[in-house]
Design a protein. Sequence first.
Length: 197
Amino acid sequence: MWAGRLFIAQVEAVSRVLFDDLNFNRLAASLARFEEAIISTMSPSPGTGSYSMGPPLPAELLKPPFTPGTAGRIAFFFGPLAGALVSAISLRRMRHPEKARKVTTMALLAAALLALILVFIPEGLSRIVGLAAEAAFYVTFQTIQESEFAEWQIANVSMQPSSGWKAIGWGLIGLCLFLMIVLVVVFGLSMLGIQPR
């Protein structure tokens, strides 16, 4: 019977990692119904639903967040979505999933707006606007998680934050996502018959 619970725990851990920002509430309800069905079929007799969980899974272990400075630097060098990814990961690791979702949503909107602006302004001005936007992202993503990070540091004195070098991979993913948004904006404008500069 504990094997069924272990399987459910593994499915929940994987689904949290993959689908938490999408529709986790609906998925969690489905998994709860699935869990009840498995437990009811695996119970040796009615009314015996006790079980003991095995050791924690690697996905369930607590990972330290990135520092606010890391999120700011990643946002400066790789763009708003990269900074949002690092900030969201850090906020989720500090158990602030709602703020992480808001940061991700706002960064998607900011990236689309920045792409739209950069497509329409002249090339010489776009470099200045781009650099100013990167500086603004540096300051913004650095300050977004400062209070949560300070609370986390007080609660976890013995733990060190995650290395900023590990965030570079998320930075590259964020940069690719930003380039995809730029391509979608340019393609959408060309479909509407609007010619970018």
